[in-house]
Design a protein around this ligand. Structure first.
Ligand SMILES: Cc1cc2nc3c(=O)[nH]c(=O)nc-3n(C[C@H](O)[C@H](O)[C@H](O)COP(=O)(O)OP(=O)(O)OC[C@H]3O[C@@H](n4cnc5c(N)ncnc54)[C@H](O)[C@@H]3O)c2cc1C
Length: 391
């Protein structure tokens, strides 16, 4: 089996890379260990940031998502330092909130139908051969580039000897889905309680994710009485959701440890996209968006070299640098805050100012939506407004 690209993992990052590579004329093997083409990820709360919307449109996914009722999301954030920050409405800019049960099969089917893509499900990659990948059944797939889109614990990264920089995570997560949750709002809402956090993300079909992210210090309380601790925390959220009258659909899901890992996104013959390149704290809802976007950046940097016989190593190096330039500073801030440390005076001033001043709110929202680097908050005009409104 000989291809231009072997993509390992047919989730958000892998499907995006496979479809966009094929649309640029490459022959792609998309290899997924799960046998069912309709399989989906359950450990995700699927708030996709607005920064990914252009890639979702480029894939031709926006129309089908809208048709299925995906929520065009927008955000409100509550902090004890100024109360609600009301982000711009979805009519101005939006990402998508859509359950993985809907998103994953749709994106995979669309990708499998793309001319040039061969989807091999129920097939696990177990090794790198130097000119492609080895499969569990002993077969090999030859390719000029192997793309590791195999998630947080990336085996491709391990096998290629690509080591990550790890920053610890200071919170844990429990969540479930509710129907008919009050208040009935299409807005996504996050609580930064300093140090605990929580969020409610409405999706298609009237399902809302209700997640709590307590500081690790509260693990014993949750271990002693998981259900009670979860409900108490949801009920204690200021101006929070009302569970009475809502119906829980499905069990309580949890994730106890989610370290932040940043890996160099390419080396000779191998590229990483999505979580394989950067696994970030889920609190900011960035993982899916960055999986869409990093796959797009990879294709933009390497497709010509791949199909036109150019310098592939130079193209991969460009992608590695682009990934680092675009995401390293975000990663540093996300990882630092994910430690669960108390907010500092500058952050408290920023929250207060964003709750009171539209200019600061919009600057904050653009960073949160991942359109801009966190350093954008320190532009002179924004800083001046922040000091005036937040003092
Ligand atoms: C609790 C939690 C909440 C989250 N909430 C959000 C959120 O609200 N918004 C958001 O944007 N992100 C969120 N995320 C992150 C998001 O789920 C990930 O960033 C996203 O799924 C990454 O996509 P990916 O394609 O890189 O990898 P994954 O979705 O992890 O997919 C990897 C794929 O590779 C396959 N695979 C692995 N190894 C092999 C192999 N050897 N051979 C073949 N196939 C293989 C797997 O079966 C899988 O299909 C959350 C994560 C967690 C843990």
């Amino acid at each position: 089996m000989t291809y231009d690209v072997a993509v390992v993992g047919a989730s958000v990052g892998g499907c995006t890379a496979a479809r966009l590579f094929a649309q640029r004329g490459a022959k792609v093997a998309l290899i997924e260990r799960k046998p069912d083409p309709k399989a989906y990820k359950t450990v995700c709360t699927h708030f996709v940031q607005p920064s990914a919307t252009p890639v979702i449109e480029k894939l031709g996914l926006a129309g089908p998502l809208d048709a299925l009722g995906a929520n065009r999301n927008s955000l409100e954030i509550w902090t004890p330092h100024g109360g609600w920050i009301h982000g711009p409405p979805a009519e101005e800019e939006h990402g998508y909130s859509v359950t993985r049960r809907t998103l994953d099969p749709l994106l995979r089917e669309m990708t499998a139908e793309t001319p040039g893509v061969d989807l091999l499900t129920g097939t696990t990659v177990t090794g790198l051969t130097g000119r492609g990948v080895a499969l569990r059944d002993g077969a090999t797939v030859d390719a000029k580039v192997v793309v590791g889109a195999d998630g947080r614990g990336s085996k491709v990264a391990q096998m290629a000897g690509i080591r990550g920089r790890v920053k610890p995570h200071g919170r844990f997560f429990y969540w479930s889905y509710y129907r008919d949750l009050e208040p009935r709002t299409a807005r996504s809402r996050t609580w930064f309680l300093d140090p605990d956090a929580a969020y409610t993300f409405p999706n298609e079909d009237g399902l809302t994710v209700v997640l709590v992210a307590p500081h690790r210090d509260r693990l014993p309380e949750f271990r002693a009485d998981l259900e009670g601790a979860y409900l108490r925390m949801v009920e204690s959220l200021p101006d929070g959701p009302v569970l009475d009258g809502a119906t829980r659909e499905g069990k309580l899901l949890g994730k106890l440890d989610l370290p932040n890992v940043l890996r160099p996104a390419a080396k000779h013959g191998v590229a990483l996209v999505g979580d394989a390149a950067l696994s970030a704290d889920p609190l900011w809802g960035v993982g899916c968006g960055w999986a869409f976007q990093s796959a797009d950046w990879l294709v933009e940097e390497t497709a010509d070299a791949l199909t036109g016989g150019g310098d592939l190593d130079a193209a991969l190096a460009r992608y590695r640098r682009a990934h680092f330039r675009r995401l390293a500073v975000h990663h540093w801030f996300v990882a630092d805050i994910s430690s669960g440390r108390p907010t500092n005076p500058v952050e408290r001033m920023m929250f207060r100012a964003a709750a009171r001043d539209e200019h600061v709110m919009r600057a904050f929202a653009r960073v949160g939506a991942r359109h801009e680097q966190p350093t954008a908050m320190f532009r002179p005009r924004t800083l001046a407004r922040m000091v005036r409104a937040g003092a």
